[in-house]
Design a protein around this ligand. Structure first.
Ligand SMILES: C[S@@+](CC[C@H](N)C(=O)[O-])C[C@H]1O[C@@H](n2cnc3c(N)ncnc32)[C@H](O)[C@@H]1O
Length: 274
């Protein structure tokens, strides 16, 4: 892969997904895309770069190859504890039984299913209207997420009670139960492009994807999240991410948990009683 090839690839990746590929990632890019070259029977990166300019269908595969999809059930457990111990009691007190949550870089589904399992224990009865929208740019991971089938080792991060309650063994893999699966709606969505949803969401999870973006992209996405999040909603970001110098529309209320900063209302002036 020549320097010109790498520069072409990283500009394309940035333009399409916002993902920044610094020089130190050249080897990773090379090995991920080599698989595409082999599958397509191409001899070198000049040919692959030429193909990317003419074959729109390859663009999706290119993006799928370059995304990093690392995830796990109940990753960053403290977020799910916060959901259970603080938000669910709060939501239970509201008159509305409608909850909308968005997992905005859901990878192979472990994140939205963890949210669904946490909510289901308390909210599956009693007329709650629960929907979790789960989106990602990568179509391969979405196919896996929708299938809801996981190898045994993926379930290692799950407590025994969740595993027993919500999974069944099927041909050496574990299938998530329908009662959880039906709460989650998977869709392809590129955070850089237009979002068809209206909101408002009660919570948005955007974890471990902002790290791949530059400051400008982060700022734009976070400000769009604010518009879709209800005033009493919550935003969860990844363990190595921060909104410091990104947005002053949110305030930190827990470990990488934010809520919208609401404009202070001016106090009404009291008339003197003379
Ligand atoms: C490291 S995974 C994080 C998964 C999960 N949120 C978690 O924390 O475990 C990052 C995900 O972001 C997705 N992604 C990268 N760029 C994206 C974009 N522009 N729009 C939507 N998803 C994107 C990738 O496909 C990948 O599945």
């Amino acid at each position: 892969m020549t320097t010109a090839n790498f520069n072409f690839i990283r500009e394309l990746a940035y333009g399409q997904t916002g993902i920044v590929l610094p020089e130190r990632k050249k080897h990773m890019v090379y090995s991920r895309l080599c698989r595409r070259l082999r599958l397509l029977g191409l001899r070198n990166f000049d040919q692959y770069c030429a193909l990317l300019q003419t074959e729109e269908a390859e663009l999706g595969q290119f993006i799928n190859a370059l995304t990093t999809n690392l995830t796990s059930f109940f990753r960053e457990r403290h977020h799910f504890q916060y959901l259970e111990n603080h938000l669910m009691p709060l939501w239970q007190k509201r008159s509305s039984k409608r909850l909308r949550i968005w997992s905005s870089a859901c990878s192979s589904g472990e994140e939205p299913y963890s949210i669904a399992m946490t909510l289901a224990r308390h909210f599956n009865r009693g007329g709650w209207d629960l929907k979790i929208l789960a989106t990602d740019v990568d179509t391969n991971v979405l196919t896996r997420a929708e299938a809801g089938l996981y190898p045994a080792e993926v379930l290692d991060s799950l407590s025994e009670s969740f595993r027993e309650e919500y999974f069944s063994l099927q041909q050496h893999q574990y299938r998530i139960h329908n009662e959880i699966q039906k709460l989650v709606y998977f869709r392809q969505l590129n955070l850089l492009e237009s979002w068809p949803m209206q909101g408002p969401f009660d919570a948005i999870f955007c974890r471990n994807v902002l790290i791949y973006f530059d400051q400008d992209t982060k700022r734009k996405i976070i400000s769009r999240f604010r518009k879709l999040l209800s005033d009493d909603g919550f935003l969860f970001i990844g363990h190595s991410e921060t909104l410091t110098q990104i947005s002053d529309e949110f305030e930190l209320i827990g470990q990488t948990i934010y809520k919208p900063r609401l404009a202070q209302c001016a106090q009404p002036q009291l008339r003197s009683a003379r």
